[in-house]
Design a protein around this ligand. Structure first.
Ligand code: S3P
Length: 170
């Protein structure tokens, strides 16, 4: 398969963890978009939101995505909000296969509740907020994805097997 394998989905869907494991299985290098932005900007995502606002972060996210899509054969763990912008989706569609990881709001909350590095969830760490934001983004995630894998109650290795199996049948 040519191009990158891009993991998308809501915060806490397991993109970072799964991409690290997929990298081991496939021998492809792994690139975490959020980490790439943090390194480039020399600032945490929370600080970017706090000092310059979300729009600033979204502009950096698009810029980074364009750079990353010039690379090939990577496993890319994308930020949860990257698919919201049409422009970003166009870049991604040309960059390889897009894999959506899903999880219920309950699973998401369980996975993210002790973390403070997602500014969108700070002060919003509850099922209602997660459900509302997920519902707003759901159609977009589904329409962008080439492959969809539910992650609830599955091990990382089960999720990776399912991803590779579904990609091979594409
Ligand atoms: C965001 C998701 C985060 C990060 C930023 C915004 C979002 O990435 O890009 O905090 O809008 O869903 P993860 O999905 O890797 O947590």
């Amino acid at each position: 398969m040519n191009g990158n394998i891009m993991l998308i989905g809501f915060m806490g869907a397991g993109k970072t963890t799964v991409s690290k494991e997929l990298s081991k299985i496939t021998g492809r290098n792994e690139l975490d978009m959020d980490a790439y932005i943090v390194e480039k900007e020399g600032m945490s995502i929370s600080d970017m939101f706090e000092k310059y606002g979300e729009e600033y972060f979204r502009a950096k996210e698009t810029q980074s995505l364009i750079e990353i899509m010039e690379k090939n054969d990577l496993i890319v763990s994308c930020g949860g909000g990257v698919v919201v912008k049409d422009e970003n989706v166009e870049h991604m569609k040309n960059g390889g296969v897009i894999v959506l990881l899903t999880a219920t709001p309950e699973t998401i909350l369980e996975r993210v509740k002790n973390s403070t590095d997602r500014p969108i969830l700070n002060g919003n760490m509850n099922i209602e907020f997660i459900t509302n934001l997920m519902n707003k983004r759901k159609e977009r995630y589904l329409s962008v994805a080439d492959v969809i894998v539910a992650t609830d109650n599955k091990s990382v290795s089960e999720i990776c097997d399912e991803i590779m199996d579904k990609i091979s049948k594409k």
